[in-house]
Structure formats: C-alpha cells, structure tokens
Design a protein. Structure first.
Length: 340
C-alpha cells in the first residue's frame, strides 16, 4: 500500500481483534500481524511507525528507531522507564473492560450472598437446601446493604451505576489524599486513602477497584481487614497485591468476615496450559471464596471496543493529533546518535 504507515502487531491475541481494528481504521496503514516473539518482531520492527504489543524487548531497541507509537492492548502497561522505548515513542493503553468487570462484581456478590450455588449442588442430590417449606436456612439479600468502593475510576463508576438498580447506596474513596467528602454521580465520596478505615467499617460489600501503585500496595493488611463487618463480602477486581496475601488467607480461613470474590492473583502462569493456582496459599479450597482466573473483563464485546479505541488512536497519530491515554514517552537514543 503506497504511502501507508506500517503497524506491527506482536500479540498472541491478535487474531481476536486484528480484522476488527483494520476495519475501524480511517487512515492508511499496512499491517504485519504475528506472535509475541522476539525473533518474529526483530524481522518486522525496523520500519514500523507504530506497534501493538505487551512489551518491546530491550534487545530490539536499536532496530525500532522509527517507532513513534506503542499501544498496549489492555488497561495496564509494562514499560515504566522512558529509557525502555525509543526517543519520542508514545506508549498508550486502552480500557473498555469496566462493563464486564462491573457485571462480574454483581455475579460474584449474588453468588456469595444468595447461596444459590450451594442450593443448586444440593438439589442435584435431592436435597432441598434453602427451601422454607422444609426448614431451610433463609439467605441474605443485597438490598438494604451498603456498597463501598476502593477507587472511583472507570470500574468504580460502572459498579456504582449497577448498584443503584439493586437498591444499594454506594460510598467510595479516591486515590488522592485530602480528597474532600462530597456527593458525586449519586455516590458518597468519603475522601482519600485516609478515609479507608471508615469505608471498611461501614460497608457491607467492599469492591477493590483502584490501580496498583507504591501507595496502594498492601493497602489492605491484616489491620484493615479486621475492620470489615463479620457479614461483609470483599471483591477484588483490581490487583492482588493491593491486599496482603498472607493476611487475606488468614482472614478468610478464620472467617474474620463472611466471604470474598477474587479474580486477581499473586502468581500467574507463564504460558497457556500451565496448571497453576494463583497463590502460595490454597484460597481455592476455602468454601467462602469465589475464585476465578482473572477472567472478569475478557469478553468479545470488550475486545471489539478496544480494537475501535486503538484504531482511533492510530488515526489520531496518522493525522498528527494528540494521542489519548498516553502513560509514557520514550527517551532512549542510539549511542551513535548521541555521539553525533
């Protein structure tokens, strides 16, 4: 394609979205699509204007001198140091996962609160667990409780919107210290991190939805977990390390609070097919844990939305417009350029 810019996609999930992205582009691009492989990327990166992938291998920096845009195909990013990317290369990410994650939050809460999973399993054996006619234990409701959000960004806002349909008043804290208490989008903002103890002690359902930063790592230690109500349910859809691993296992094993839904973990498989539980502790064996493999946001509509958003950023780049969601700009220069 004469005059087209070159886009290299080095992502094992590229078959899920490459055609969607190509269809959404409004500017001219020549696409090279391949695996997340240093060998493959080394053959295609030298003349690439932009790329989509998880992380540029450091050994390819001297080849990627033309690269001016690296899109991370998810909400995170792996490059933290400007020296990891060529000078002037903007690194941007994409969200769009907040809708399925918010749906997951209520799937998890309803599963843990209603007891329907246990009732269904028992009914397969002819046991009418949870039926009032035969003296079954009555279950809880979400209605009448209070939802607490640790973080009020993309995910927190979508969770709050759905909470209203369940009759759940919602309160939240934000990441900035000194955030003033206020009412925002129907949610009571208690303040910044200093308001965490109040949120934990006064919420019936707590959702962790903040980014992992040096300030939020181990934000929830044993001391904080003991503030939760005995009947509280904790949901973590952010990053596992926000909650101290050992303290969380002890709290759930010893029933400091009622239950937890965990979709983020402390250990991850290095390749597809590797059997691995997400922690050095057996969370998956605890009856009060709803454990899932970091799958809450992985839906076909989410992938399509991300493809459209990445295409929009590529179009902005091609037109010389501002790139959205830039998290880092590269500063690495070739030693030859520095000498010159």
């Amino acid at each position: 394609m004469i005059g087209a810019r070159k886009l290299v996609i080095f992502d094992d999930n590229a078959p899920l979205y490459a055609d969607l992205l190509s269809d959404a582009l409004q500017t001219s691009w020549s696409l090279e699509v391949g695996p997340n492989s240093t060998a493959w990327l080394g053959e295609h990166i030298a003349d690439a204007d932009a790329a989509i992938g998880l992380k540029l291998p450091p050994e390819l920096l001297n080849l990627a001198t033309k690269l001016k845009l690296l899109l991370f195909p998810g909400a995170g990013f792996m490059h933290r140091d400007p020296m990891e990317l060529p000078e002037g290369c903007r690194h941007a990410n994409v969200y769009e996962h907040e809708i399925p994650i918010a749906e997951y939050v209520f799937l998890a809460l309803l599963t843990l609160v209603s007891g329907q999973a246990e009732s269904r399993a028992a009914f397969r054996q002819g046991n009418w667990l949870g039926n009032g006619r035969v003296g079954g234990e009555p279950r809880r409701e979400l209605f009448g409780g209070k939802l607490g959000l640790i973080g009020f960004g993309h995910i927190g806002r979508e969770v709050a919107r759905r909470a209203a349909a369940f009759g759940l008043p919602t309160q939240a804290i934000r990441s900035r210290s000194g955030t003033r208490a206020c009412e925002s989008e129907g949610v009571s903002i208690l303040g910044g991190p200093e308001a965490l103890p109040e949120l934990l002690a006064t919420s019936d359902f707590v959702v962790v939805a903040c980014p992992l930063t040096p300030e939020t790592q181990h934000m929830l230690s044993g001391e904080q977990l003991r503030l939760l109500k005995p009947h509280a349910v904790l949901v973590n859809v952010a990053r596992a390390e926000i909650i101290d691993e050992a303290a969380l296992f002890e709290a759930l094993r010893d029933c400091w609070f009622a239950a937890a839904a965990l979709d983020v973990w402390y250990r991850y498989p290095s390749h597809a097919g590797e059997g691995l539980h997400g922690s050095r502790y057996p969370f998956h064996e605890l009856p009060n844990v709803f454990a899932t493999p970091h799958s809450s946001g992985w839906t076909a509509p989410m992938i399509a939305r991300r493809a459209r958003q990445m295409a929009a950023n590529l179009d902005r780049f091609a037109r010389g417009e501002s790139i959205e969601r830039v998290v880092l700009t590269g500063a690495w220069r070739s030693p030859c350029d520095s000498a010159a």
